[in-house]
Design a protein around this ligand. Sequence first.
Ligand code: NAP
Length: 261
Amino acid sequence: MSFQKTALVTGASRGIGRGIAIELGRIGCRVAINYAGNAAAAAEALGFVRAAGGDGFVVQGDVAVSADRERLVAQALEAFGRLDLLVNNAGVAPTVRADLLEAGEESFDRLFAINLKGPFFLSQLVAKQMLGQERDAEGFRGRIVNITSISAYTASINRGDYCMVKAGLAMMTKLFAERLANDGINVYEIRPGVIATGMTGGVKEKYDKLILHDERGITPIRRWGKPEDIGRAVRAIMEDRFPFSTGAVFDVDGGFHLHRL
Ligand code: NAP
């Protein structure tokens, strides 16, 4: 299948974003692979996208910076002519985990800028672009996917800033979904559980224990998530499997969200 749809995936050089880009490559998409500083990883990701059957290009840009966001969108449009999908995936964890009563403003401002302000204003830019696009064969002008986290509703008191910005991103999904529902732009939230990437590399032992070794693991499906798990969910959205859903939350978390007794 080659439908040559186009996507901008932020933070696609590594981890979950790379997994998303590769899955989009499998259905013949052209992907703008955004990264912040790791050009070599981004080039490698593009190689994987091509090997999967897609194409695209790499584009440096800090989603927290207004001029960079404008440049990302301009370059994607110059290369592709239109954007069928924006995936707000780029995100960072706090550099140092600090108790709620000690947490500082610097970390708060950094996480707010990258994980929430960036996606908000990038979505605004892209949505305006999409509103001017012709509808595709399925009636869509575009789609937007926000990668949040189980932290959007799970209180971790040693990284409250991360939880708060992810909760904000969850609300942002609802806002854009409502605003764009009648314009052929569906908006979705994907909530990953614990996924094996660079972000969780430093806490691997802790989560190995919680997921694999406890008598009753924190996830009913007892394994780490893979970037590909998230990629497959985004791919299903790009394949228009959910045309009558907007503002929907997809828990891709091994069942972490289930209340169990
Ligand atoms: P990761 O492996 O650390 O990769 C982060 C990616 O974001 C890299 O491509 C990085 O680019 C890019 N990035 C960082 N800051 C950026 C900025 N200011 N502007 C543009 N790109 C930036 O992280 P991950 O685990 O894949 O996480 C991806 C998303 O999933 C994040 O939003 C995270 O909060 C969310 N998430 C992760 C997990 C998990 O368990 N891993 C769980 C739930 C949600 P460079 O390569 O250039 O540095």
